[in-house]
Design a protein around this ligand. Structure first.
Ligand code: HEM
Length: 569
């Protein structure tokens, strides 16, 4: 029966009024919902002057279109439309995506005072970090964040990291030694991941709590590593739809991802426990007069030990008194943030660098690096020793930068939020708007790096006659501007020393059966987490020269004899 016939028959039957009355409330509700989603739901109206990616839905915006790997989809959109900057909607939040080097530099460096804030999120701030510290790159711009930046910044200035050299010395020589032992004097292929994880975690632990793990299988070490990876998933933009679509939080419990919310609470409880026990250890040490030279001791004591000796803090004019006004929350936030910010990023970069070195192309890089290192320091033993103090090999400096450019730990940088209204390149950008920097695409921008932007080529940083003279920050792995990473010098030194010591000690070759993946997206075993975790691979680590190795280790051991398990005597 045709619809019109049915309607006529229905009207003549006298039932039309009750039906209309029945349909009216849902229609009004639907209309109201549509009007709400269309005009009131989103935090900001579309920004004039920045193109918007088409196809977003009313409720989810572009969240579903971005899929599991936001950095890669955004990079594809930028290329497809030719837009280095565009806007999208993640549920109720309007977001500006920066995908090109120049535009990222303009927003993060030129307008650094305006882009200094960070958004807070329901899952991460409301559940995972409710009772303890948030992690690095997640705090809004406030007094606590300023303190955290002050502490880390003053402890990791170029002169201050000289004080940390013995720590880097100890951990990088232990790392080389553990690879040598695992490779059974070069006869067995090794998966270098665990040795790099321990290196990164121990350095950050020593820095924060004056504590290290000797045993690579220590249950606390493995627990911290596991929790940190899990926490990383709760910070990601792609795995937490309830952050952007608030209604998902109020779904009846049988529709909610109950397992994941339970996981968030569990990991929070576990993390609170190990953060508290690490801090307790420092307090106990202080109580028996064994204050360690670490951030925690500095925050907890006002004696002459620890951070009070840090001249940079006094020079800064804020002095120790200001730090002592830190309450327990500040101490936890500072330390919890540092722990996660430091170790995942360092681990991700060293593994990506080793993967490249082990590859067939990496053989040429290893030879160039070795020659330049020996020429710069005079001998491999001297290089092994001095690498923790001074970065003399320009090839290795270039290698570290190129590794960070091609394999940045955070493919999508921790989100920013506008701290105040700003005119960014002629566009009026309001306070409170969320901004995402797509480091994966910024760092491969051919307009900045040239047509070979996709190639791993450390030489690009040494070439004086290139038409592509890249200005600071050179690449965006550390972010940029006032809210960029506070530990750039420190991190660069760790990476430099790690690679110099590996190259002067071993010839590294990939396994035939389990070679590394070098593809800039596929090398990452989970693109939905915030910090890339390079996939497993194996390599052989052939000792270059036994005598040099023994002499280098002996020298390092002698110098780090005072750096025992936690107590820097
Ligand atoms: C390869 C090593 C590292 C990389 C690639 C890295 C990267 C980053 C990035 C991308 C940010 C956010 C920057 C932005 O929004 O512009 C950041 C912030 C930060 N990082 Fe690092 N980081 C590294 C190592 C470390 C280490 C070793 C520490 C300390 C032990 C550290 C402490 C911090 C702190 C305190 C912040 C400031 C966060 C804020 O103000 O919100 N980072 N880092």
């Amino acid at each position: 029966m045709a619809a019109r016939d049915w309607l006529t028959e229905y009207q003549s039957s006298g039932y039309s009024q009750p039906l209309l009355l029945l349909l009216l409330p849902p229609s009004v509700l639907l209309c109201a919902a549509w009007l709400y989603l269309r005009y009131l739901y989103v935090d900001f109206a579309p920004l004039k002057g920045i193109p918007e990616i088409p196809g977003g839905s009313l409720l989810y915006g572009h969240l579903k279109l971005l899929g599991k790997d936001h950095a890669t989809t955004a990079q594809q959109w930028a290329e497809q439309y030719g837009w280095p900057i565009f806007q999208v909607r993640l549920g109720y939040r309007r977001v500006v995506f920066l995908n090109g080097f120049q535009v990222a530099r303009e927003w993060l460096v030129t307008h650094q005072a305006a882009t200094i804030d960070r958004p807070t999120f329901y899952t991460f701030h409301g559940v995972v970090s409710k009772t303890s510290a948030a992690t690095v790159g997640t705090n809004p711009w406030n007094e606590r964040t300023k303190k955290q930046r002050l502490v880390v910044g003053s402890l990791t200035t170029a002169p201050a990291i000289q004080r940390l050299a013995s720590m880097i010395d100890l951990e990088t020589s232990q790392m080389v030694k553990s690879i040598f032992q695992a490779s059974k004097i070069g006869s067995t292929e090794v998966m270098p991941h665990l040795s790099q994880k321990r290196l990164a975690l121990n350095i950050v632990l020593m820095f924060c709590y004056g504590r290290r793990f000797d045993d690579i299988d220590d249950p606390l070490l493995l627990g911290i590593l596991r929790d940190a990876s899990l926490i990383s998933t709760f910070r990601s933009t792609s795995g937490n739809a309830q952050d952007y679509v608030p209604y998902l939080r109020y779904l009846p419990s049988f529709l909610k991802d109950k397992k994941r919310m339970a996981m968030a609470t569990e990991v929070r409880t576990r993390r609170d426990k190990w953060l508290a026990s690490l801090l307790q250890e420092v307090e106990d040490n202080i109580a028996v007069g064994q204050a360690t030279n670490c951030v925690a001791a500095g925050l907890l004591t006002d004696t002459d030990g620890g951070i009070t000796n840090c001249k940079a803090l006094h020079v800064s004019g804020l002095g120790f008194k200001m730090l002592m006004s830190s309450n327990a929350d500040d101490v936890r936030t500072i330390l919890g943030g540092l722990m996660s910010g430091g170790f995942e990023t360092v681990f991700s970069t060293t593994i990506a660098g080793i993967a490249y070195l082990a590859s067939p192309d990496g053989q040429i890089a290893q030879q160039r690096a070795y020659d330049d290192i020996v020429q710069s320091y005079g001998s491999p033993t001297e290089a092994f020793d001095r690498a923790v103090h001074e970065e003399k090999s320009s090839y290795m400096v270039a290698f570290v930068r190129e590794t960070l450019r091609c394999y940045p730990p955070s493919h999508l940088l921790p989100p920013r939020q506008m701290f105040k209204d700003c005119d960014c390149g002629g566009v009026q950008v309001p306070k409170g708007l969320m901004v995402l920097v797509n480091c994966q695409s910024v760092n491969r921008d051919p307009a900045t790096y040239g047509p070979d932007a996709h190639l791993f080529r450390p030489e690009r940083w040494l070439d004086k006659d290139t038409p592509y003279n890249v200005p600071p920050p050179y690449e965006f792995a550390f972010g940029a501007g006032t809210r960029g990473c506070t530990a750039i010098n420190f991190s660069n030194r760790i990476l430099y020393a790690t690679f110099v010591r590996l190259i002067t000690t071993f010839r590294i070759r990939q396994s035939e059966k389990q070679p590394p993946c070098l593809h800039y997206i596929d090398y990452n075993c989970d693109t939905s987490v915030t910090v890339a975790c390079p996939k497993d691979f194996k390599a052989s680590f052939q000792l270059r020269d036994r005598k040099t190795f023994d002499a280098s280790l002996a020298r390092s051991q002698e110098k780090t004899i005072s750096v025992t398990n936690g107590i820097v005597k």
